[in-house]
Design a protein around this ligand. Structure first.
Ligand SMILES: Cc1cc2nc3c(=O)[nH]c(=O)nc-3n(C[C@H](O)[C@H](O)[C@H](O)COP(=O)(O)OP(=O)(O)OC[C@H]3O[C@@H](n4cnc5c(N)ncnc54)[C@H](O)[C@@H]3O)c2cc1C
Length: 398
């Protein structure tokens, strides 16, 4: 291995690094138990990083946003974002576990007392996993209000039929959130109405009314196509009011965007750290390659962009934690962070020359992982259309 030291970056005073040092140390002490070899083996086997997710859950990091009365630690979103950042920055992959941190937010904000009492303490303790959310459908994609999965009320149950795609972590969840139409699109005044959100107990229906087809994909990300055939859901498993489900899902998206931005920021620092160390250690033409401006400047530029994205993340979390509107900042931080981590990934790969392609350096794996965030959970174009319309007052572009 050439230049493989993992000395952390020192130059991070701008992003309030010090105020979260104990949080970072705590997360890192868990993540550091899972070394490079662990991630390579999981990636090669296309396996779920079960031990890693269990260790983070048992240490309490994934229940950060659950209120204390339900067994969580009730941390701020700022702190939760630092947890996600640090997981990726320490070489882990939050993509395997971020659902456990935020999917339950829908229950916290809109669930009934009975739903909260039944689920949240058991999610906090790790007894139950609810890391799966089925929104996207194969034929309608980003145009969520046109989704076709229908839930028809029959007495004290809903009967659901339809299809979902990219339903992640389903095979490692006990419960899943499901968004389905309860009133046909033709019968609602606004397209965003008539959708409802349900808690699905996967232990009862997978292999019966839900057929799961795993999707082999570019990242080692457990994700699936699912076929729903006469799935019966008790009425008490509907979250909130019938017809208001999209509002509840959208309500959680700012937190999701910010947490994923933080993961990208963690990736960005990881890539820059690796690129800097390798460039300083690798000698070609009798000098370190970092001495060449053509190598050094792209690393410096990528660092500047990760720092800027991190500041936007902190602005978004500040507003979120103060219960101020933060849609613009949440979206902008997701866009900036996804772009910055992708730039840092590219620079890191380039800096390593051929070695960047060798699996043992972890770069090609992280490169694949961070590319996802240009597309999911919301694509860059859809963020730009949000900013164009809602921040800049231009016409809706779709
Ligand atoms: C690994 C992975 C995991 C995922 N996990 C989940 C999950 O757990 N749950 C879930 O519900 N979904 C999940 N998704 C789905 C993800 O949220 C969608 O892929 C994403 O929202 C984009 O939707 P789409 O793939 O249907 O693309 P489309 O909507 O078909 O868009 C395709 C391209 O066209 C662009 N585009 C579309 N319309 C416009 C427009 N009007 N203007 C400009 N550009 C436009 C988009 O930006 C995109 O680049 C996952 C996806 C992946 C790849």
């Amino acid at each position: 291995m050439v230049g493989s030291s993992s000395r952390p970056l020192e130059i991070l005073a701008m992003t309030s690094e010090d105020s979260f040092q104990s949080l970072r140390d705590g997360v890192r002490s868990v993540v550091s138990q899972f070394d490079s070899r662990y991630w390579q083996e999981v990636d090669e086997a296309r396996a779920f990083p079960e031990k890693f997710v269990t260790a983070l859950t048992q240490a309490g990091w994934l229940s950060a946003l659950i209120p204390e009365e339900y067994g969580g630690s009730n941390l701020s979103l700022t702190e939760a974002s630092v947890i996600m950042e640090e997981i990726n920055r320490a070489g882990g992959n939050s993509g395997a576990c971020h659902g456990q941190m935020y999917v339950m937010g829908c229950v916290v904000r809109h669930g009934s007392k009975a739903q909260k009492e039944a689920l949240l303490p058991r999610i906090a303790s790790g007894e139950l996993r609810m890391q799966s959310m089925a929104v996207t459908e194969p034929t309608t994609g980003s145009d969520t209000t046109r989704l076709k999965t229908m839930a028809v009320r029959k007495g004290d149950r809903y009967v659901v039929n339809g299809q979902k795609v990219w339903t992640s972590r389903l095979q490692h969840s006990d419960y899943m959130l499901l968004l389905a139409r309860t009133t046909p699109l033709a019968e609602v005044k606004k397209r965003s109405e008539g959708l409802s959100v349900f808690l699905v107990d996967l232990r009862e229906c997978v292999g019966k009314s839900i057929t799961v087809r795993p999707i082999r994909n570019m990242v080692n990300h457990e994700t699936n196509e699912i076929f729903i055939d006469n799935l019966e859901i008790p009425v008490e498993n509907r979250i909130g009011e019938e017809g208001q489900g999209l509002k509840y899902i959208l309500d959680g998206l700012n937190a999701e965007r910010i947490l994923i931005a933080a993961e990208c920021i963690g990736d960005g620092y990881w890539f820059i750290d690796k690129a800097r160390d390798y460039a300083n250690g690798r000698r070609v033409f009798d000098r370190p390659i970092a001495q060449n401006q053509g190598v050094q400047f792209p690393i410096a530029r990528a660092f500047v962009n990760v720092e800027a994205a991190s500041l936007m993340r902190y602005e978004a979390t500040r507003l979120f934690d103060a219960q101020q509107p933060c849609g613009a900042q949440a979206n902008m931080s997701k866009l900036l962070a996804a772009d910055a981590s992708w730039e840092a990934a590219n620079v890191c790969l380039q800096t390593h020359g051929g070695f960047g392609f060798a699996a043992e350096y972890d770069i090609e794996r992280k490169f694949r992982e961070t590319r996802l965030y240009q597309v999911a959970p919301i694509s860059t174009n859809l963020i730009l259309s949000y900013v164009g319309e809602h921040v800049l007052g231009m016409p809706k572009s779709y």
